[in-house]
Design a protein around this ligand. Structure first.
Ligand code: T1G
Length: 699
């Protein structure tokens, strides 16, 4: 059982013990029920304490159980909470560290609640496309008041127990423990103090009203509508809490239950639950055991004080890790430091960063013009010009100066990490750390594993990534790694669609309606169209038979590189991001079609979305076959965190699974018949064809 039962004098203690966060899986629920039966049957027991071992009181329902029969198997969470509530002896919840989701709902079914300071309280179900499904929407408003409860339920965000304990009239906490260490003792003492109190206080009996109910809930619905594009759950949270104010407790519970079950089956919730597990699975590397010894990283060096170098440095300064930054010239260093200061000062101005924190971070930053000063760092990250000759010079110097065991990382986004490693005598210490611009903002980090990169280096950089709050995904060495390799096919399809009859605005609108943060052409204007131009020029010589539309080249020949020059596929007003369609560009595309003898055709949004998204999927299937990515869910994480793919679609691979791989292959077979497209590309990757034929999915 993953819940232990002990008796301390006349108090029974049930301790949840299901690492890592006491997820309320079947065995834990059974353990609680058994413990309660034992305590209620033992005449010597006067009261009961429920608490959690390890790093949480409880992180809620066991997410690994979702969609599995055991999740609903009796005793399900609602039944267990009823056992607590209907106990003939008082039950005290003793919470520490984390009491979230079903864990908080469990505590609210108890008669009394004690929390240690620092306990994170949350009902994060909305982040999984759900709502609290074990009485949270009915009990929390009774304990905290309707408005405070609804805010917590709709935001899903954690809040410290001591903050909630200060709310006037709150009944969520009967007592705050003086410290996490004294919680157990104080809970036993408190349980003794209430052992004979009758009647037992039941949360379900508390009143739940809002003085201006209808007006308030209308206001709440308007607020939620604005923030929950594509997501049905937040609005449903409002419905459930409103039911708590208008119906009897059991009727309100029935409303909550019905909404919960309906939300469980929505594509949005399945996608968000997939993402929750995918994000945590990404940090696991199949052949690198979790207990692999890691190298100590106490300080780092960054080579290059440009946009990327500065952004990379900020990640470490934010995590309190000292950074030594090297440049070739003092003025480049000064420029780099000034940019870092500007970024921090902007955060201070927006009250997102305290002045003293800003100064503390800057105190961790030192600079140098000499490689000989770098020897003390345990990790060095180069972010210099993207040219192999420059990388060679840098890595030869790093090999000379860095102490044995230091990790040598390259931020390259297109070059061969194995080749870079070959410039050193220690290829086992070389790894790629591909940050996405702006490096201090984008969560995604592609960790590029060279063929000789040591396992402890991989384990170490994955831990470092978590420390600097990055979501790291392991990639093998290939041109473009995972994200950029796939985006190249996506861009090619965008060009073909222009040749065949679309305007940039039509393609962008279709993709943004699908949920992309930005369509391909607005994204090109943001990143800089000249980047793609340079890659295509390389391709024209490397892969002469690879088909491309020429429209993007024509655009670059007119110097329309994007936002940075005020014009690209669209026009831009200085300092503004609005993309203004440009008639000249549309004419350029039309004339190009005419020159090719193409009669434009009307292309549906559905075809636009399928050709762009399935081009990602087919390329990703090759990436999986080649072992460049370890698992399909890693690719979903790359696209959600690095390329603005909509979370409610769960990533390209999850989306393909939801469409059905058989249907994806059918669509690709249709695209292959289009003479203006690239039939060769649309041949389904063998892995995709196999899964589709077997009725299987990627994830
Ligand atoms: N069930 C099972 N495992 C969980 C879990 C959970 N609820 N939450 C986290 N884990 C695992 C996670 O996969 C990882 O595993 C490890 O714990 C550390 O997680 C009826 C239906 C609790 C604040 O949404 O917010 O209750 O990788 O890296 O930063 O209404 O995890 O180590 O093998 O995030 O210290 C609602 C989600 C469920 C909580 C800890 N609960 N979890 O953060 O560690 S739905 C949640 C979190 C529900 C009821 C409904 C965080 C955390 P591994 P971590 P952390």
């Amino acid at each position: 059982m993953t819940a232990q039962y002990q008796v301390h004098g006349d108090i029974a203690v049930i301790t949840l013990n299901n690492p890592p966060v006491n997820g309320l899986g079947l065995s834990t629920r059974q353990g609680i029920a058994d413990g309660m039966a034992q305590a209620n049957a033992d005449a010597a027991v006067k009261a009961i304490v429920i608490t959690g071992a390890g790093k949480a009181f409880s992180g809620g329902a066991d997410i690994n159980e979702f969609g599995k029969p055991t999740a609903l198997q009796e005793p399900n969470l609602i039944s267990v909470i009823s056992v607590l509530e209907n106990s003939t002896k008082p039950v005290v919840a003793a919470m520490h560290t984390v009491a979230m989701g079903g864990g908080l709902e469990l505590a609210m079914g108890c008669h009394y609640r004690i929390a240690a300071p620092g306990t994170s309280i949350a009902l994060p179900e909305v982040k999984l496309g759900l709502l609290p499904g074990a009485g949270g929407t009915q009990r929390l408003p009774r304990l905290l008041g309707v408005e405070a409860a609804l805010n917590i339920i709709v935001s899903g965000e954690p809040i410290k127990a001591e903050m909630l304990a200060m709310l006037p009239g709150q009944k969520l906490f009967d007592k705050m423990a003086t410290s996490p260490e004294s919680l157990a003792e104080e809970a036993l003492a408190y349980a003794r103090s209430v052992a004979d109190v009758r009647p037992l206080p039941l949360v379900r009996d508390l009143k739940c009203k809002h003085p201006q109910g209808d007006a308030y809930f209308q206001f709440a619905r308007n607020m939620v509508k604005g923030m929950s594009k594509n997501f049905p759950a937040p609005a449903k949270c409002v419905d459930a809490v409103e039911a708590a104010t208008k119906k009897k407790f059991d009727e309100g519970m029935a409303v909550e239950r019905e909404i919960f079950i309906n939300l469980m089956w929505t594509a949005e919730s399945k996608s968000l639950r997939h993402l929750f597990l995918a994000e945590r699975a990404a940090s696991k590397i199949p052949d690198v055991p979790a207990d692999t010894a890691q190298r100590a990283i106490n300080s780092i060096a960054v080579i290059g004080a440009g946009t990327m170098g500065g952004g990379i440095a900020m990640n470490f300064l934010n995590a309190g890790i000292p950074v030594k930054m090297l440049e070739m010239k003092q003025e480049a260093l000064d420029r780099g430091i000034a940019t870092i200061r500007k970024n921090y000062e902007a955060q201070v101005a927006k009250k997102k960063l305290k002045q003293d924190k800003y100064e503390q971070r800057m105190s961790l930053l030192t600079t140098t013009l000499s490689y000989d000063d770098l020897g003390t760092a345990e990790l060095v990250i180069e972010a210099v010009f993207e040219e192999i000759g420059v990388k060679e010079a840098v890595f030869k110097e790093l090999d000379r100066v860095m102490k044995p065991g230091a990790i040598l990382a390259s931020n390259t986004s297109t070059l061969d990490v194995d080749k870079i490693a070959s410039f050193t005598k220690r290829p086992e210490d070389v790894v790629g750390l591909h940050f996405f611009s702006p490096a201090n903002v984008m969560k995604l980090l592609e960790v590029v594993r060279g063929k000789e990169t040591a396992k402890d280096v991989m384990a170490t950089v994955m831990t470092v990534a978590k420390k600097i709050k990055k979501t790291a995904v392991v990639s093998g060495v290939c041109d473009g790694f995972i994200g950029n390799r796939m985006i190249e096919q996506y861009g090619r399809q965008g060009g073909f669609l222009l040749d065949e009859g679309c305007t940039p605005a039509q393609v962008d609108k279709a993709m943004e309606k699908f949920g992309m943060a930005m369509g391909p052409f607005r994204m090109g204007d943001l990143a800089g169209n000249d980047i793609g131009w340079a890659i295509r020029k390389r391709r024209y010589s490397e892969k002469p038979d690879m088909k491309y539309s020429k429209t993007a080249d024509l655009l670059c020949e007119k110097g329309r590189f994007g936002q940075k020059v005020g014009k690209g596929w669209y026009d831009y007003v200085e300092g503004k991001r609005d993309a203004i369609p440009n008639a000249e560009v549309v004419t350029m595309i039309e004339e190009h079609r005419k020159a090719l003898g193409i009669t434009p055709r009307k292309i549906s949004d559905e075809e636009i979305v399928q050709r762009l998204v399935f081009s990602l999927v087919n390329e990703a299937a090759h990436i999986l076959e080649e072992g460049i990515a370890n698992k399909a869910s890693d690719i979903d994480i790359v696209y959600i965190f690095g390329y603005g793919f909509p979370a409610h679609r769960g990533g390209p691979m999850n989306y393909a699974d939801q469409v059905g791989l058989f249907n994806v292959v059918q669509a690709m077979n249709r695209f292959a018949l289009n003479p203006l497209d690239d039939a060769n590309f649309w041949k389904p990757a063998p892995l995709l064809a196999k899964l589709a034929a077997e009725g299987k999915s990627f994830n």
